[in-house]
Design a binder for this molecule. Structure first.
Ligand code: AMP
Length: 194
């Protein structure tokens, strides 16, 4: 049975990066999600790939919900034209709310913030706190080293292969969305050597 995708939480850089493909992919992702009537939940920033994604989604008529901590709002980096903006007290509340609003995760190229959010979502799935697949949009091979590390961790016996299957990776938006819709959640996911 297909997985419902009413909303996805998108993690992506607060910078645009130095390859045009990153920005192009953010635009394509925003337009595709709007066309497929999949709402976007994200960090609420108006800067970097976050801002590009939000603008592209809104311009295509899509829904964009931001979740921003009070302190970042005060720095005036928040996007001003979203469908809805939730202001929360801190980063922990933000990450929990973003995930709670979404059916699945998509990570675009980004830095520490993006990886922090991605790995928290994966850890929570691994612990069965929630059941949300994580799409990795591997634009221009950006995530190749991370995918290599994940395979290395499985080979080293420190990551279960079944948990690796929580990640759907692909270089194209359509492939990642297809994987998120169709991959069965790895229900055998366990964390204590079982
Ligand atoms: P990074 O990958 O380090 O650029 O951080 C981007 C991720 O962290 C995004 O997915 C956001 O949820 C969050 N984030 C970091 N900086 C900001 C910011 N200035 N405004 C909003 N969200 C941010």
């Amino acid at each position: 049975m297909a997985n419902p995708l009413q909303r996805v939480v998108v993690y992506c850089g607060a910078n645009v990066g130095n390859r045009p493909e990153y920005r192009e992919a953010a635009i394509e992702l925003g337009r595709t999600l709007a066309a497929e009537r999949i709402g976007v939940v994200y960090g609420g920033g108006g800067i970097g790939l976050m801002g590009v994604l939000a603008d592209a989604t809104l311009e295509a008529g899509g829904e964009v919900i931001g979740v921003i901590p009070e302190a970042l709002k005060a720095l005036e980096v928040e996007h001003k034209r979203l469908t809805a903006m939730h202001v929360v007290p801190d980063m922990h509340s933000r990450k929990a709310m973003m995930l709670g609003l979404a059916d699945a995760v998509i990570a675009m190229p980004g830095g520490f913030g993006t990886l922090d959010e991605l790995f928290e979502a994966l850890t929570w799935s691994q612990l069965d706190y929630h059941r949300k697949l994580c799409g990795l949009l591997n634009v221009a091979g950006f995530y190749d080293p991370l995918i290599d590390w994940i395979n290395h961790a499985v080979e080293a016996g420190l990551l279960k292969a079944v948990n690796r299957d929580l990640i759907v990776h692909g270089s194209r938006v359509d492939d990642v969305l297809h994987g998120l819709r169709t991959r069965p959640f790895p229900l055998a996911t366990k964390w204590m050597g079982r």
